[in-house]
Design a protein around this ligand. Structure first.
Ligand SMILES: NC(=O)CC[C@H](N)C(=O)O
Length: 323
């Protein structure tokens, strides 16, 4: 299987990519294991059968199958992009004083900080993500939210909005995240106004996207920060290595090591059931299926990525690859 679509491959519906996606979709459609996220009451209402896979290449081709237009909230996948924004707002050195780059080996919502530095371990778990969000610049809550919505627009290529029901559902039940924020406030890792930081964090998680959007966002990272469809620059290319490194080591929480070993590409999941995966210089992958495994990763999503990685030879250290 060639990695890049050649001129004949590019026609949607007849390319090897399309065939692989159709194959994987029909293979895993009937897999009914796992459960939808229930700790955020609004998320528990999702249809568990929804399932879509999308690939966006860095030369602007899109391949998709299943419910790819279905909207859902981006949840933890937001952490990747907000980390990029915080890096742009403050630079690498300052951001490193507030959030580390070490995997936790713990669940995404574990209430833990690094013993010595008191920093949250990394920006891909809730603690680190709340700290990252608290770094977003802006004059007041509205401006900060608008800056994040504008950031999403650059990556996706259209305007996005916050789902108010999911946002309020999460805000009224997010006691664990509130506890985490208080712990970080205690150690001076985030500033006084933690309610505002938490609101912005819950809002960034409640932005509605579809599977195609996920693939285009991932492809933008694969394309050095430039959206391959709109050609707009979404993030400074100098921060791509920071973003992809923490995705690679921490993006799948306490499954990150096994993911890196088996699948071998930077990725991030969210409790909505979305996964993004980035093949640098080649493509972004988006998968959406709300049935989650015990670690909060999309069950079908993990299987699809594992098989895509094998069939297309995507593992970064695959010897048959380009290095
Ligand atoms: N893993 C996730 O997607 C978690 C995000 C969710 N908004 C939370 O804070 O719990």
């Amino acid at each position: 299987m060639s990695l890049m679509a050649n001129s004949q491959d590019q026609e949607i519906g007849s390319s090897p990519f399309s065939e692989v996606l159709k194959d994987l979709h029909s293979q895993y459609k009937s897999l009914q294991e796992g459960t939808v996220a229930k700790y955020i009451p609004e998320l528990a209402k999702v249809n568990p059968n929804l399932f879509s896979i999308c690939i966006a290449t860095t030369d602007g081709q899109i391949y998709e199958v299943g419910d790819y237009q279905q909207l859902f909230t981006i949840q933890s996948i937001s952490k990747v992009f907000v980390y990029g924004q915080a890096l742009e707002d403050h630079g690498r050195d300052y951001v490193l004083t507030r959030v580390g780059v070490e995997p936790t080996g713990e669940a995404f919502n574990a209430i833990i900080l690094d013993e010595q530095s008191k920093r949250p371990y990394n920006p891909m778990v809730n603690a680190g993500a709340i700290a990252t969000t608290s770094l977003i610049k802006g004059n007041g809550a509205t401006e900060r939210l608008n800056r994040l919505l504008e950031m999403y627009r650059r990556y996706i290529g259209r305007d996005v909005f916050v789902d108010i029901s999911v946002f309020t559902s999460e805000r009224s039940t997010g006691h664990r995240n509130r506890a985490t924020a208080h712990l970080m406030l205690n150690f001076g890792m985030i500033d006084q106004n933690i309610e505002e930081a938490l609101d912005l964090y819950f809002q960034q998680c409640s932005v509605m996207v579809n599977c195609r959007d996920l693939a285009v966002m991932a492809a933008t990272l694969a394309n050095k920060g430039v959206n391959p469809i709109s050609k707009e620059k979404a993030v400074d290319s100098c921060y791509i290595k920071d973003i992809l490194s923490v995705m690679y080591t921490c993006g799948m929480y306490n499954f990150a090591g096994e993911w890196a070993y088996k699948i071998g590409i930077p990725a991030k999941s969210g409790v909505c059931g979305g996964i993004i995966a980035v093949v640098p210089g080649q493509m972004g992958i988006g998968v959406f299926s709300p049935l989650l495994d015990a670690r909060g990763n999309s069950l079908r999503g993990v299987k699809v990525c594992e098989e895509l990685s094998q069939r297309l030879g995507l593992h970064l250290f695959e010897c048959a690859g380009n290095w």
